[in-house]
Write a protein that binds this ligand. Sequence first.
Ligand code: NAG
Ligand code: NAG
Length: 118
Amino acid sequence: MAGMKRFLTFGVVLLGVISASCGRSTPTIDSKEVEFVLSPLSTFNISCIGENVIWAEPLPRNTFVFPGSDSSTLVIYNASVEHTGTYTCQNQNPDDRPVDEDEEFNEAVIYVFVAGEE
Ligand SMILES: *[C@@H]1O[C@H](CO)[C@@H](O)[C@H](O)[C@H]1NC(C)=O
Ligand SMILES: *[C@@H]1O[C@H](CO)[C@@H](O)[C@H](O)[C@H]1NC(C)=O
């Protein structure tokens, strides 16, 4: 029984190490800025660099995501006031494991402001 217990403990520790090293690259916004002011009707795109990164849903209308191998590009077409807000790039969670407690290492946030049309 003691052997079994040691085996299980080892398994749990191993799992912890795997989940800590796998898919844990920190998402990074490919820009010095994290706040963007867009003109109404303009097109905007921004990439997030990292393994298995996604842009968190829900996304407003006219917003598209182009996934790459180690990045994800968010494109806003025909910007309007409804695109004002924060956009979060985060590590995807392939196994539906709960996202790491340490959220700030797992996501990057940008803020977009689009003025209303005059
Ligand atoms: C993003 O914008 C750059 C120029 O700023 C452009 O070269 C590139 O094609 C755009 N990418 C997409 C997916 O629209
Ligand atoms: C862009 O949005 C405006 C209103 O916000 C709309 O009137 C116009 O038709 C849109 N243009 C395109 C190409 O979707």
